[in-house]
Structure formats: structure tokens, C-alpha cells
Write a protein of this length. Structure first.
Length: 95
């Protein structure tokens, strides 16, 4: 970041992260909505863009995993640890 650019407020990152999580949840799976499918990646990329690489990847995986777990709950006939592993594998596909 150059000296002329201002840093976002920390609460702004939280709002972007929560917005991306909510829209990602409604962009696929049981609750598919086309507007969310278009807007979610924009907010998601904006959320992780200014973060350091390790933190950005960790947060991207976490947000993706939470949204995948909600999206695909009760779609697959499994529950518990097996569903957690399947959900984790599904969320890693885009990366």
C-alpha cells in the first residue's frame, strides 16, 4: 500500500467478511439465488484483497467452509464428522 492510499477501518473488513459469508451461503446449494451468486465473489475478493497472503488464505478457507457447510446441509445423506470432511473438500474446490 502506498502512502497516498488510506487503510480501511477494521469494522469495514468485518462488514465485508460477514456480507461475503451471507452472500456465499445463498449463492449455491439449497438456497441458490442468482444475485447472490454474482455479488458474493465481488465482496469476497474485496474482503481478502488487502490482507497478507497467509491471513487471506486462512480467512478465505474459513468463510468458504462455513458457507459450504450451510449450503449443503441436509442435501447429502450424511451427518457429523463425515459431512464436515465432505464439506471441507467441497469448499476447497474453487481454490
Amino acid at each position: 500500500m502506498t502512502d497516498g492510499m488510506s487503510r480501511r477501518a477494521p469494522w469495514g473488513e468485518i462488514v465485508l467478511g460477514v456480507s461475503a459469508l451471507v452472500l456465499l451461503t445463498f449463492s449455491n446449494g439449497r438456497f441458490s439465488h442468482p444475485v447472490a451468486a454474482w455479488c458474493a465473489p465481488l465482496l469476497f475478493v474485496r474482503f481478502i484483497r488487502d490482507l497478507p497472503l497467509a491471513r487471506a488464505l486462512a480467512l478465505a478457507y474459513a468463510v468458504s467452509w462455513v458457507s459450504c457447510t450451510i449450503q449443503w446441509a441436509q442435501v447429502f445423506p450424511m451427518s457429523g464428522p463425515l459431512f464436515a470432511v465432505v464439506s471441507l473438500l467441497l469448499c476447497l474446490v474453487p481454490f
